[in-house]
Write a protein that binds this ligand. Structure first.
Ligand code: G6Q
Length: 542
């Protein structure tokens, strides 16, 4: 992080940290207008943050001193900014209109992007209109996406978010966990003859996905015979040879490229299940929403740039106020999985402690992300946000219109009331004026000064949804640049992919090889082996 620019931010934080949002609003009638920006169908009101115009100027100076503009251009133009993996980072190209060109190593990637999109559209239409039939001639009614992490969370979250746009006769299911229960419970809900499995894996080697895909394939072959696999399995991957080795014909494979990171892959072929659910036209509108926010991020002045503003506010609280986490609170049930999706996007991207020079950073980086839809959270964890000892900045996300309008005014009344209460609190005198007995005044007083962002759009549509996801993608990118860390690798995930291999052998080998872990791990594995042996001898006796 640029130390001079950060010192200048902290100088201003030290001057303003005792100011209360209540007073900032009282003193400045223009505050809400001053701290509101809009783009791609979204309005961001960030006036309920602990900022003054001067503090915002200094935060923006931090962004400039970090070379943010240059880095944005580098990402959008296909430079290999994912340096530890030697790759470009071009999820933004996936949403480009056809006339744009973007070169990676001198080759324009856009023709390939649009060829795959075309293939996805043709296939989705065939599944949706019943033209693609299962082995016994019946149309598809169930689509099962088998993938994990970036090959699951995006389409799973988006299928739920855009459910009002989905074709009712088709149901999408998602299997990710290697715990067999996940697959088993989904298989109870589907008919083999009418089920399409989409095996989604960038590498086509991920243990969990391969185990689930293998079991799903055995289940289907057991019901309909091996010859049925061709009509019931398609793949999304970057590795054609591995897809073919699994037994899926390359013509039923939808490709993407190494420059699409897993957690940024929803707008690639990884979104195939979503496109089947909502149809190509809605999918295209979603891409347009993503693109609108991409263009805003790329071109808007930093002081009006939604992702940049949100990134800077996040850094203010993480590094200036020591906040450990932030909460994402969508007041829309369709966004129930949005926080889970953001957990991967943010925590996998910026959960890093080494900077781009290979040095350990001396400040906090990626925060903990959590959240639930309003109003459920209000009856659970909001207490801690209102009166706990920790500072938890929140993003409130809401819509002026609902797809299910019956209670919408009530929902939104909560939405607006919560951010106001968090900012202004309730003083001891206000409690007394309400007749609160003196001994209860300390408990019924609310300090307030709890910062929130409010994001408001007209309606949850494919376009506003796409813009919302892109907003957070670019917020996370901006923070990575300012912290000077690499946001697009994930060595911690890779570690998990190899760790289990050795232990699996130790759990399953007949001769129970000697264990050389720490004493705790040795004892736990021994206990598990004993239970496994007992279970095996019990089933042998029956
Ligand atoms: C995402 C991560 C990770 C990845 C999964 C699945 O950015 O790299 O979550 O998406 O591990 O990997 P595959 O798609 O290769 O199966």
């Amino acid at each position: 992080m640029n130390q001079n620019a950060w010192a200048s931010v902290m100088e201003e934080v030290n001057k303003t940290c005792d100011l209360h949002l209540r007073d900032l609003f009282a003193k400045d009638p223009g505050r809400a207008g001053r701290f509101t920006a809009a783009a791609a169908g979204w309005t961001l009101d960030y006036s309920k943050n602990r900022i003054t115009p001067e503090l915002m100027n200094r935060l923006l100076a931090l962004a400039r001193a970090s070379g943010l503009r240059r880095e944005i251009d580098a990402m959008f133009s296909g430079e290999a900014i994912n340096a530890t993996e030697g790759r470009a980072v071009l999820h933004t190209a996936l949403r480009n209109p056809p006339e744009k060109t973007v070169a990676v190593n001198g080759k324009d990637v856009m023709p390939d992007v649009h060829e795959v999109l075309g293939k996805m559209k043709a296939f989705s239409n065939r599944v949706r209109n019943g033209d693609w039939r299962g082995h016994t001639g019946k149309p598809i009614r169930h689509v099962v996406n088998i993938g994990i992490g970036g090959s699951d969370l995006g389409p799973a979250m988006a299928c739920q978010a855009l459910k009002p746009y989905a074709q009712g006769s088709l149901k999408c299911h998602f299997v990710s966990n290697v715990d067999k229960t996940h697959l088993a419970e989904v298989l109870k809900e589907v008919e083999a003859e009418q089920t399409l499995f989409i095996v989604v894996s960038k590498t086509f080697t991920t243990q969990e996905t391969m185990a689930n895909a293998g079991s799903a394939r055995a289940w289907l072959a057991g019901k309909l015979g091996e010859a049925a696999v061709a009509k019931h399995f398609v793949a999304v991957s970057t590795d054609k040879d591995k897809v073919e080795a699994f037994g899926i014909d390359a013509k039923n494979m939808f490709g993407f490229w190494e420059w699409v990171g897993g957690r940024y892959s929803l707008t690639s072929a990884v979104g195939l299940s979503l496109m089947i659910a909502i149809g190509p036209e809605n999918f295209t509108q979603m891409l347009e929403g993503f693109h609108a926010m991409d263009e805003h991020f790329r071109t808007a002045p930093l002081e009006q740039n939604l992702p940049v503003i949100m990134a800077l506010l996040g850094i203010l609280y993480s590094n200036g106020y020591g906040a450990e986490s932030y909460a994402v609170l969508p007041y829309d049930q369709y966004l129930a999985r949005f926080a889970a999706y953001l957990q991967q996007m943010d925590m996998e991207s910026n959960g890093k402690c080494v900077d781009r020079n290979g040095q350990r950073v001396a400040f906090a980086t990626g925060p903990i992300v959590w959240g639930e839809p309003g109003t459920n959270g209000q009856h659970a964890f909001y207490q801690l946000i209102h009166q706990g000892t920790r500072l938890i900045p929140c993003d409130f996300i809401g819509f002026c219109r609902s797809h299910n309008p019956g209670h919408h005014d009530l929902l939104m009344a909560n939405f607006f009331a919560q951010t106001e209460a968090l900012a202004h609190g309730k003083t001891a005198d206000e409690c007394r004026a309400e007749g609160v007995p003196e001994h209860l005044v300390p408990y019924k007083t609310f300090e307030g000064n709890r910062p929130t962002n409010t994001l408001l759009a007209d309606e949850l549509t494919p376009a506003t949804f796409g813009a919302l996801v892109a907003l957070y993608e670019h917020k996370v990118f901006t923070q990575g640049i300012i912290w000077d860390i690499y946001s697009f690798d994930q060595w911690g995930v890779q570690l998990g992919k190899v760790l289990a291999g050795k232990v699996l052998e130790e759990l399953t080998a007949e001769d129970e090889p000697a264990l050389a872990h720490d004493a705790s791990t040795n004892a736990l594995i021994t206990k598990y082996r004993e239970a496994r042996r007992r279970a095996a001898s019990r089933s042998a006796n029956y």
